[in-house]
Design a protein around this ligand. Structure first.
Ligand SMILES: [Zn+2]
Length: 421
């Protein structure tokens, strides 16, 4: 295939706007509109119905698996070949914009609509998909649907997860009619491609059109319980104290210094996002602090070294301050390197379209990292505005930026779908 079609950017934009009405709320003064479409909520159900209708209108064969992942298949000229899959998610965090996940799903749909307009049939079949509960903020596990689809998480385990009201995933799948009968862990695409807003500042800051995503960094979460002893702030001399608050502050400072040191690679990131002292009074030395540690690193070995050094520092702090530090690992995912071959295809298509581009690492988790265990996978990032702010009603990208990303997606899918076995 030498001629590539150009997508209809107006139709893509209209679809993003229309889906953005589902779960919309007034977000002034931050933005005109925010989106709240939690996984397996009534709003998610409405969004599923609408997008499934669009899949049907595009003459795709729709099937739903047992965790509610929805696949839409388009035949190729050689049915013996594995399909090229593209997709993302349509659930959202409680305070979302219109683009996170949606762009990857409706962009893939726009690719199919464009192929239909041009009466084009690819050699390989094409599958477009949306995956259940990518965000993880309702049932506590992100990338849930794609993790089940690719075998990392067991279906029964996923179905038994509960939300804050003790509703299970299974109950909610059944309540909204999203539980299908296709067995999970059955699909093995030839390749998987996901287009997504960057959700960070780099592309916007460097005024680039396209990010060719090299992989997803490793994530390590810990919950710390720091136990000291509370005492009077005025009567307790400094040398008598076991100050859990001071321990938390030192650990936070240590993490920051570790990032700046370069000893754990140039891209280590560390955040103490929760620091909750007990009893939490101005004139009482904190007897206990609950704190969290979020470490990120694109390199697994550097991540392990950082974890070990931090663990060592906990022991040093225990001795130095007379406190006790209990750490519990609450999440840990390894670094994922995307396929060089698929990255090269994306790179070439961006260049051919005269779009400025660079390789970039994904800072957040994405469905694509799950599929990368099953098949050759990569992602296309487009810049967001306002330094790429996301998980926020201010999340925004422009019609032309979305169209650029989806034109790259369209060509990438066409190239991959023309490849022989
Ligand atoms: Zn997303």
């Amino acid at each position: 295939m030498t001629d590539f079609p150009t997508i209809n950017s107006q139709r893509l934009w209209q679809s993003i706007r229309t889906l953005g009405q589902i779960g919309a709320y007034d977000a002034k003064p931050l933005a005109d509109q925010g989106v709240c479409r939690l996984a397996l909520s009534d709003e998610d159900a409405k969004a599923r119905t609408l997008v499934t209708q669009w899949f049907n209108d595009a003459e795709l064969r729709v099937s739903v698996d047992q965790i509610g992942n929805t696949y839409a298949d388009r035949a190729g000229t050689d049915p013996s070949l594995a399909p090229v899959m593209a997709g993302s998610h349509i659930d959202s965090v409680p305070t979302a914009g219109r683009f996170d996940g949606v762009l990857g799903v409706l962009g893939a749909l726009e690719v199919v609509r464009t192929l239909n307009d041009h009466n084009m049939t690819t050699r390989r079949p094409i599958t477009i998909a949306f995956f259940t509960d990518e965000e993880g903020c309702r049932f506590g596990t992100d990338m849930l649907g794609s993790a089940v689809a690719t075998g990392r998480i067991n279906l029964d385990h996923a179905c038994a997860l509960t939300d804050a009201n003790n509703c299970t995933v299974l109950q909610e799948l059944e309540r909204i009619g999203a539980r299908g009968d296709e067995p999970v862990n059955q699909r093995t695409p030839y390749a998987f491609v996901e287009c997504h807003v960057e959700q960070g500042p780099i592309l916007d800051h460097e005024k680039l059109d396209i990010g060719v995503v090299t992989g997803v960094q490793a994530i390590s979460w810990q919950k710390l319980t720091i136990v000291g002893s509370s005492a009077h702030a005025g009567t307790t001399p400094m040398s008598y104290r076991h100050d859990a608050g001071l321990a938390a502050a030192r650990i936070n400072t240590k993490m920051h210094e570790m990032c700046l040191s370069g000893h754990f690679g140039p891209d280590m990131r560390a955040t103490m996002g929760v620091i909750t002292p007990e009893p939490g009074s101005i004139n009482v030395i904190p007897g206990q602090v609950i704190a969290t540690v979020d470490l990120r690193n694109p390199d697994d070995a550097s991540m392990r070294q950082a974890e070990q050094e931090l663990e060592q520092y906990f022991r040093t702090t225990e001795q130095g301050l007379g406190v006790q530090i209990l750490s519990e690992q609450t999440a840990r995912t390894p670094a994922v390197a995307f396929s060089n071959r698929v990255q090269d295809v994306i790179d070439q298509q961006a260049a051919d379209l005269n779009l400025s581009h660079r390789r970039i690492l994904a800072g957040a988790g994405h469905d694509a990292q799950e599929w990368s265990r099953v098949c050759d996978t990569a992602m296309i990032f487009i810049p967001g505005e306002n330094q790429g702010i996301s998980h926020n009603p201010r999340e925004h990208s422009s019609q032309s930026r979305c169209a650029a990303g989806i034109n790259v997606l369209c060509r990438t899918m066409c190239v991959l779908a023309s490849e022989p076995s």
